[in-house]
Structures are given as structure tokens and as C-alpha cells.
Design a protein around this ligand. Structure first.
Ligand SMILES: C[S@@+](CC[C@H](N)C(=O)[O-])C[C@H]1O[C@@H](n2cnc3c(N)ncnc32)[C@H](O)[C@@H]1O
Length: 498
């Protein structure tokens, strides 16, 4: 299925480096820097909406309507056809596109012309910056991140000024959570690891650009403008707004106006380039009445993935694509630890290894991994076969059958589920010792928001684990009472989930 607002970083240049510095960019005094031909301004901004540490001098506070109206005016003047939609304050997603007229199911909307779309081929206001990056073959994502910063810093000299002014100054995404916020609120969820990996990648990408390019052309890439804070902003914008357009060979693009659409798990439609109208369109899969918010699908993502890239968690039980990752590990005291590790490595796996579980079931690869974990030394000849079946490259999906390992593998899975559940419960039932009264109103608001997001995420993830726990327990009970002994592991599971 085509992805819309996507979340894949394409860079071969990532380096593993530690967490972001918490030092804010120094925008305390206005600076006007001269580059070869392009003047850049970085002026002080209003207070940031979220974390105290990062002040980006462009974009807007999402709740202010002026920038959205200015964006609409600019888009109309720049060739966006008359729309059946308008940007409005909405209950879901703060700002969104709302129907002005009746919209039929199957109707095409938007028609954003390619001239209003930002891609890796867009013209730069400052061609010297573009040349420096393209000479170094910078991949699309870091190129677009730098493009956004470069254009943003040029303010009204950039043709994208109205668009950038309407972008959130602080996109909601886990890129903006500090290490201690991730540790406090996401201690039970595997999404914490994913957030750390992502933050590390973004910082690695920035450091790589700085070393290879920025430091060699300081007149083009002044530190006041191109720094880790502005890169976290631009990557936050890309993670939450970039779309992949299937009919343009999967090209990634920022599509002003279309990127005001919020996500709903109840729709399945996405943006694409429409050859007949030569614009980016969106075809509705349901009807809308005037005044109703129009939604799009950001793809089949779990609640954790939505929090990671977009900074929100859908209401519990409303996301049919929700899943939770369970982390399985080899036992370090296993006599065959080395051999098993080697077998896993050969098939691109590691220990610990994360597997997605859904309310409807879990992958056969996870069972194969569990079999490998519990298999005794006398099965060492089968370790490779088990590792192959645990890898996502395993195309047979029938799994391997080791009835003699079934009970132990299930017990292992049950133990992992229960240990994970107890971490969620500890977080969800734990008391919050910190004193809200000691915090400023802004800090207290942020704390309550993050706590609410984490609570919603953990509740939905724990619900999936509870279901798995009850299925495995029942299965073990039945096995132990001898009723299902004849059934194989894999066949039996399929039926139970149905
Ligand atoms: C592509 S933008 C959509 C426009 C955005 N609401 C705005 O005002 O700029 C994606 C962002 O919208 C918000 N959003 C989208 N769908 C949402 C939903 N179902 N619930 C809450 N927030 C949502 C999130 O902040 C997300 O990062």
C-alpha cells in the first residue's frame, strides 16, 4: 500500500552518536549574516510552545489563525484552484481541512499544481547552497531538510515564506522529547528505543553534513542558521508532513495545503499525482457534509508509530492497525548462546529482537525465534533453520514444526508478555512524585500533555499484550491438560486467532 506521510530516512551517511545537546540555539540577539549572494536573518521569536530548549525563529504557533489565512490567500494567488475545503480550527488535530460543501464518496479534491510542491528538484532561492549539497550527492531527506532551513532563513525573500510561516514552530513528534522525558514516560514501550534511534539518526545526519559540507562553506552555512535545533525542526516537519507519491515513482514531496489534512484510521485514501489533472489529488472514500473535517490516511501505522512521527495517539481501540512490539532475547546463560547468536546474525537478526504483535495475532517469525531460544543443545543442527524461519525474509510463512518445543516456546512467550505487561502496569499505576506546583504553567502543560500521550499509548499497547497473554495461557492450559497435544504449534495458533 502506498505510504503517505512517511517515516523513512534515506541516508547512507548516518553515524551513531549520542543524544542531542540540550543547549538552545542562540537566537537571543538578531543577526543578519551575509552569504555569497543570499542574506539570511535569524531574529528572536516568541516563546516556544513546548520544550524550553529549542526556539525556532520561523513557523507559527499552531493555534494562531493568521498564518493559516495568509497561507490560503498565497496558495490561491499562486494557482491553487478554488477549493471545497478550508483550513479551520478542528477538534482532532488542531488545524485541519473542513468541507465547505457536500463532498461525495469517490470525489477528487485538492488539485495542488506541481509548481506548489516542494521536492528534491525544487529551485533554491540560494543556488550556491544547492550546488554545495548536490556536489556532495546529499540524499533526498537531508537535502529537503536543508532546503527548508535555507528557505525559512530567507524569510520574505523566499517564495515559500507564506508556507513556512504556517508550519508549526514545534512539530509534535518524539524528536522533541528530551532523553529524560523518553525515559520517564515511555519506559515500558519499545517506541522509546525507536525514538532514540531516530533522534540519533537525525543528529548523525546533521553532524555528517556539518563535517563534510557546512564547515567547508561557512559563509553559506552559518551555524546560527544551520544547527542541530533547526535540523530537529526540519526533520520534525518532514516526518510529520512529507508524502511519497506513487505515481511519480515514489518521489517524496511536501505538498502545501494537502499537508493540512489530519489522519483518521477509518479512511484508507492517500495523496497521489493525477496525470489527467496534472495536480496532487486526494480521492475521498466516504462522503462529507459541510462543516465536517475531511481526513486522510497516513498509512497502516500502530499507535506507537503515529506518536513517533506525528505526536498523537488515536483513541484506544479505534486503530485497526495498532500493534505493540515485544522484545525477545536469547538467554545469556544458554550453553549454545554463541551458536544461536551466530545463526541469528546469518539471517540478519539479533538479540534482543523486536516483533510486532497485533490484537489479531502475531507473526510466525516470533514463534520460530522463541523455538530457537528454548531449543536444547541436541537440536543445534536445526538452529539455522529456526533462525531462517524467524527472519522476515522467510517467505514460506508456514514456519517450522517442532512439536517437542511448543510448550516451552509458549511458556517463554508468556513470560516475555507478562514481564512486559508488568512494566506497563508499573508505569500506568505509578504515582507521579513531581510537584506540578513547582513548574511554570508552560512546563506543567507540557508535562500533562506528555503524560496523557504516554498513558494512552501504554494503555493501548498493554491491551494487546493482555489479549496475547490470555490466548497463550489458555493454550498452555489446554496442552497441559492433554486436550490439544496432537495439534501443531503453527496450525493451532492460526485457528485460535480467527
Ligand atoms: C500533516 S500535519 C496535519 C496538519 C496539522 N494539523 C497542522 O495544523 O499543521 C500532521 C500533524 O497533524 C496532527 N494530527 C494529524 N492527525 C491527527 C489526529 N488524528 N489526532 C491528533 N492530531 C493529529 C499531528 O500534530 C500531526 O503531527
Amino acid at each position: 500500500m502506498a505510504q503517505t506521510f512517511c517515516q523513512v530516512l534515506h541516508s547512507s551517511q548516518f553515524h551513531q552518536i549520542p543524544f542531542p545537546p540540550t543547549r538552545p540555539a542562540d537566537f537571543s540577539s538578531p543577526v543578519v549574516l551575509r552569504r555569497t549572494r543570499c542574506s539570511v536573518s535569524a531574529t528572536p521569536s516568541n516563546a516556544p510552545s513546548g520544550s524550553d530548549t529549542r526556539v525556532i525563529p520561523w513557523g507559527c504557533e499552531i493555534e494562531s489563525p493568521e498564518s493559516a489565512s495568509a497561507l490560503q490567500r498565497w496558495l490561491s494567488a499562486s494557482g491553487l484552484p478554488t477549493q471545497k475545503l478550508e483550513i479551520q480550527r478542528v477538534d482532532v488535530g488542531e488545524r485541519g481541512l473542513v468541507a465547505l460543501k457536500n463532498i461525495r464518496k469517490g470525489e477528487k479534491l485538492l488539485f495542488v499544481p506541481p509548481s506548489l510542491v516542494i521536492t528534491a528538484d525544487s529551485e533554491w532561492s540560494c543556488p550556491e547552497v544547492e550546488n554545495a549539497l548536490k556536489r556532495n550527492s546529499v540524499p533526498d531527506w537531508p537535502l529537503l531538510a536543508t532546503y527548508l532551513i535555507s528557505e525559512a532563513s530567507l524569510k520574505s525573500s523566499s517564495r515559500w515564506n507564506s508556507y513556512i510561516s504556517a508550519l508549526p514552530r514545534q512539530p509534535y513528534s518524539l524528536l522533541y522529547w528530551t532523553p529524560s522525558e523518553l525515559d520517564t514516560y515511555l519506559v515500558a514501550s519499545q517506541i522509546r528505543e525507536r525514538a532514540i534511534e531516530r533522534i540519533t539518526n537525525v543528529i548523525g545526519t546533521y553532524n555528517d553534513l556539518r563535517l563534510r559540507i557546512f564547515s567547508k562553506h561557512q559563509e553559506l552555512f552559518p551555524e546560527e542558521v544551520f544547527n542541530i535545533d533547526t535540523f530537529l525542526w526540519s526533520f520534525g516537519i518532514l516526518f510529520s508532513r512529507l508524502v511519497r507519491l506513487p505515481s511519480m515513482d515514489g518521489k517524496v514531496a511536501l505538498v502545501p495545503w494537502a499537508d493540512m489534512l489530519n489522519h483518521s484510521s477509518e479512511v484508507e485514501t492517500f495523496l497521489d499525482y493525477d496525470k489527467s489533472s496534472q495536480g496532487i489529488v486526494y480521492m475521498t472514500d466516504r462522503s462529507y457534509q459541510p462543516g465536517e473535517q475531511v481526513f486522510i490516511s497516513y498509512g497502516k501505522k500502530s499507535n506507537g508509530e503515529l506518536l513517533l512521527s506525528y505526536g498523537f495517539v488515536p483513541k484506544d481501540g479505534t486503530n485497526p492497525n495498532d500493534s505493540v512490539e515485544l522484545s525477545l532475547s536469547l538467554n545469556k546463560s544458554d550453553k549454545c548462546y554463541k551458536e544461536k547468536m551466530e545463526a541469528l546474525r546469518k539471517h540478519g537478526l539479533s538479540t534482543p529482537q523486536r516483533f510486532p504483535m497485533q490484537i489479531t495475532g502475531w507473526p510466525v517469525e516470533m514463534i520460530a525465534y522463541s523455538c530457537l531460544v528454548v531449543s536444547p543443545p541436541n537440536m543445534s543442527r536445526q538452529f539455522e533453520e529456526m533462525a531462517a524461519a524467524a527472519s522476515s525474509n522467510n517467505t514460506s510463512k508456514t514456519g517450522i514444526k517442532y512439536p517437542e518445543l511448543e510448550e516451552q516456546a509458549l511458556q517463554f512467550l508468556l513470560d516475555c508478555c507478562e514481564s512486559s505487561i508488568s512494566k506497563y502496569t508499573k508505569f500506568l499505576e505509578g504515582s507521579d512524585a513531581s510537584d506540578l506546583a513547582a513548574l511554570s504553567a508552560k512546563q506543567a502543560n507540557r508535562k500533562s500533555l506528555l503524560k496523557k500521550l504516554a498513558t494512552d499509548l501504554c494503555t493501548s499497547e498493554r491491551r494487546i499484550l493482555y489479549r496475547a497473554q490470555s490466548i497463550v495461557r489458555r493454550r498452555l492450559r489446554d496442552m497441559r491438560s492433554g486436550e490439544l497435544r496432537a495439534l501443531t504449534l503453527f496450525n493451532g495458533f492460526g485457528k485460535l486467532f480467527k
